[in-house]
Design a protein around this ligand. Structure first.
Ligand SMILES: Cc1cc2nc3c(=O)[nH]c(=O)nc-3n(C[C@H](O)[C@H](O)[C@H](O)COP(=O)(O)OP(=O)(O)OC[C@H]3O[C@@H](n4cnc5c(N)ncnc54)[C@H](O)[C@@H]3O)c2cc1C
Length: 473
């Protein structure tokens, strides 16, 4: 019997048949990434229900030197949870570990197991008059373990930060099978290196997160959502700073260019432009208040009127009710879908310093379109975080192999431009396997050296998600 078969047999003996799935039909949907671009294979998917069971599995994996690929909702964008195609690894699904162990409005924390789906946590916090203030399009499927392991962001980062700011501590099984317990959620703890922070964003390469202590904030009593037309990204950034100087209620600020809005209006049913005239750029603004006495709509309206007077915006409208607010968000959230309906699109999730972003957007788009005539480059998203989705559409040049031929060259150019601007080729989505070669090509040697040194120190047998995030293991 080979090492992997021994691991599977021993796991079944120790944990019972429910924890070991070997039916290829059941495994198959989880062996391909969310976008259906990377296909892996695994002889088994292990599905523990407790931290002790995870520790048993990791101990067995270390003994037999069989790599594990931790997986939550499999919604990641860089194929980090996809097993290798050669079948050398076993999938480790955390989805059965789905208990919210505790939730406290007094502590303002929830302790949620790795497999808790984000939307479930949202509901539980809401029931307590609280809120977990991180949200994103995959909230119905993505899990706390996956969000923590990718240091996910989303649309509310402007005010509350990424998972790194919202995770107070983690419980994890380390590659030697020992358990790190960091769930006390201490606000102050200066006992040297933070293992918790090391595990956040580690993409499953340093251990298996089994639970996280998460920071909660008071629930929203009211929100106002506005749509404003602006002449340029730099005007949009001026508007953000103008608002921030006068209120701390702004928590969403999304940039939308005219051509993205146009694509949505063409391809997504039941959508319409919020403003009568077309503007070169638009911003979606969300402001919230937890105080029921606050009149957040009136406050935002006053601020936008002042911004109009100062010439920061050309026009603006505030959603009259919740369904209109949702309709504004739909215009932002369906840009990628509308682009896909239009034709092949390359997506780059990039960041540069906030102050540099307006110029980067304009210059990089011009450079890409100049070097690759016929393509259309546009950027939308989280301007206030210095993070945009820099997308390039094939336009009229969409040969069937466009992604592999011109597409790869375009991505290299975008990544070169981002690196030259001192930015990151992965703002939110991580490195996984899809960005590994570009990361290796462009990251400074010091960063790569430190990454490898940490990986080798904590996972000397290389059993935790090999081939992801860390180049040249
Ligand atoms: C429609 C849509 C919208 C999205 N919007 C955003 C967005 O706005 N911002 C953003 O940041 N991301 C966004 N994402 C991607 C986002 O990264 C994922 O949704 C989420 O963070 C991954 O959670 P998951 O449970 O699906 O993890 P998976 O995809 O299963 O895994 C992701 C990575 O984490 C590792 N991992 C998973 N669970 C564990 C664990 N318990 N312990 C150790 N490692 C683990 C995996 O090995 C893999 O490397 C979006 C995705 C979709 C589909």
């Amino acid at each position: 019997m080979d090492a992997q078969s021994q691991l599977i047999a021993e796991a079944e003996r120790q944990l019972g048949p429910r924890a070991v799935i070997t039916d290829p039909k059941e495994i198959e949907p989880w062996a391909t990434d969310w976008r259906g671009r990377v296909h892996g294979t695994a002889a088994a998917m292990l599905a523990p229900v407790s931290t002790e069971e995870v520790a048993t599995i990791v101990t067995l994996a270390a003994r037999h030197r069989v790599p594990l690929v931790p997986q939550g909702g499999n919604t990641g964008m860089v194929a980090g949870a996809t097993p290798p195609a050669d079948g050398s690894a076993v999938l480790l699904s955390l989805r059965r570990m789905n208990r919210i162990r505790s939730i406290s409005a007094v502590n303002r924390t929830a302790i949620a197991e790795a497999g808790v789906v984000l939307a479930t946590l949202h509901e539980a916090a809401h029931d307590m008059g609280m809120r977990f203030p991180l949200t994103l399009g995959s909230r119905g499927s993505c899990t706390i373990g996956g969000l923590t392991s990718t240091n996910a962001g989303g649309t509310q980062v402007l005010r509350f930060g990424t998972m790194r700011s919202l995770v107070a501590g983690v419980e994890a099984v380390l590659p030697d099978g020992s358990v790190h317990s960091g769930l006390s959620g201490l606000k102050k703890d200066n006992r040297g290196y933070s293992l918790d922070q090391l595990l956040i964003g580690a993409e499953g390469t340093l251990g298996v997160i089994t639970a996280a202590a998460l920071r909660l904030v008071p629930a929203i009593a009211s929100r106002a959502v506005a749509w404003a037309g602006v002449e340029s990204p730099s005007r949009a950034l001026e508007l953000l700073r103008f608002l921030e100087a006068r209120t701390n209620a702004a928590e969403g600020f999304e940039l939308v260019p005219a051509d993205s809005l146009q694509l949505v209006l063409e391809h997504i049913p039941a959508t319409r432009a919020p403003l009568a005239a077309e503007h070169a750029w638009n911003v979606l603004i969300e402001a919230t208040a937890s105080d029921p006495a606050a009149n957040i709509s009136a406050e935002l309206e006053q601020l936008l009127a002042a911004a109009l007077q100062q010439g920061l915006i050309a026009d603006a409208v505030i959603a009259a009710n919740e369904s209109q607010a949702e309709a504004f968000w739909k215009l932002r959230d369906t840009i990628s879908e509308a682009e896909r309906a239009e034709g092949p699109t390359l997506a780059h999730d990039i960041s540069v310093a906030v102050a540099d972003m307006p110029r980067f957007i304009t210059d990089a788009a011009a450079e890409v379109e100049r070097k690759f005539p016929g393509v259309i480059a546009s950027a939308f998203g989280h301007l206030g975080d210095g993070n945009v989705h820099f997308h390039v559409r094939a336009g009229s040049h969409a040969a069937p192999d466009w992604y592999e031929t011109e597409g790869e060259k375009i991505t290299q150019l975008v990544d070169d431009l981002v690196t030259a601007a001192g930015g990151s080729i992965s703002a939110e989505h991580g490195i996984g396997q899809l960005k590994l070669s570009e990361f290796e090509r462009l990251a400074p040697p010091g960063r790569i050296h430190a990454l490898r040194a940490i990986k080798h120190a904590l996972d000397p047998l290389n059993i935790m998600n090999p081939g992801k995030l860390v180049p040249f293991e």
